[in-house]
Design a protein around this ligand. Structure first.
Ligand code: SF4
Ligand code: MG
Length: 313
């Protein structure tokens, strides 16, 4: 609700100046239980920051992230610990998210022990069944992260995130560091586990093809704001936001006949340190008019299934 988050960033010679960068700017967004919400946009648009705010890994500068009605920033002690179990993250880079000095078995046992689910001895059996759940075997428990391939490491990252049976999982570009040939396997595993465990995903990606494959609903971000929210079956809706149309047009598409007619995104993304006035997309928008430079369009319903932030939708 009205979520914003700014960061102090160094600018100028040797970081002499410090300025505030508004990474997420006044976002209201709902995620329904059991759905996969795809969060897309170019790099630097704030999608990872918004995802981290949603699972309470970052604190908002303004507004609130609510989970089942609880403001995540207000939780403390036991309440916070219980919530931590229910909100988990699958990181983009399985290499840096796994401790190289811990065997995979120890890394996977950690959450059980930290949260007092069982003793270290009992954890071994739980680790074996977790490994099996993600398509690995009990023999993998005694190995170290460097002994696994990228795809296997991401399976371990998934196992760790799901160990405590969370409700909401932030998957932050979970396959972008992987070879294309194994991306589909990992995505299918995520979908199987969602079915089996009744998970809700916030699925962050810059790759529209991945989001199309995974998401029930899609939220498009541009320079810190959500500009378009729609059901995945409406990817071809002609009423889409001009930025979504441009993203789709610039996405690699195997069959040129299926490429939408919108022109590609024009020019570079403006710096989030100096966002444009009015509609932040106006310098690149083929439909921009005078009002777009002056007034920022609010995200509002344009059809029963679509929210859009554009003066002309
Ligand atoms: Fe383009 Fe104006 Fe709509 Fe922004 S408000 S997307 S600039 S038409
Ligand atoms: Mg990111």
């Amino acid at each position: 609700r009205g979520l914003s988050r700014s960061f102090r960033v160094a600018t100028g010679f040797l970081g002499a100046g410090k300025r505030s960068l508004l990474a997420v700017d006044d976002v209201c967004l709902d995620v329904a239980q059991g759905e996969v919400l795809g969060l897309v946009g170019e790099s630097g648009c704030g999608k990872s920051t918004l995802g981290r705010l949603a699972v309470g890994l970052l604190r908002p500068s303004a507004g609130a992230a609510l989970f089942e009605g609880h403001d995540l920033a207000s939780l403390k002690g036991e309440g916070l610990r219980r919530m931590r179990r229910r909100l988990q993250i699958i990181f983009q880079d399985p290499v840096t998210s796994l401790n190289p000095r811990l065997t995979v078995g120890s890394a996977l046992a950690e959450p059980f022990i930290i949260h007092g689910v069982c003793t270290r001895r009992q954890a071994a059996a739980k680790v074996s069944s977790l490994l099996e759940e993600v398509g690995l075997g009990p023999e993998h428990a005694s190995r170290y992260p460097h002994q696994f391939s990228g795809g296997q490491r991401q399976r371990i990252g998934i196992a760790r995130a799901l160990a405590l049976r969370p409700s909401l999982v932030l998957a932050d570009e979970p396959v972008s560091a992987l070879d294309v040939s194994i991306q589909a396997q990992v995505l299918n595993l995520l979908m199987d586990l969602r079915q089996k465990l009744g998970l809700t995903y916030v699925f962050v990606a810059h790759d529209l093809a991945v989001v199309r494959h995974m998401a029930d609903r899609v939220a498009v971000m541009y320079l810190g704001g959500v500009v378009d929210v729609f059901a995945a079956q409406d990817f071809a809706d002609p009423a889409m936001h001009p930025y979504t149309a441009a993203l789709l047009a610039s996405a690699p598409q195997a069959d040129p006949a299926r490429r939408p007619a919108a022109p590609p995104v024009l020019g570079e993304t403006p710096s989030p340190l100096d966002p444009p006035t009015g509609c932040r997309f106006h310098p690149r928008c083929p439909e921009a008019a005078a009002i777009c430079r002056q007034k920022r369009p609010a995200l509002r319903p344009v059809t029963p299934r679509r929210l859009c932030a554009c003066h002309f939708r």
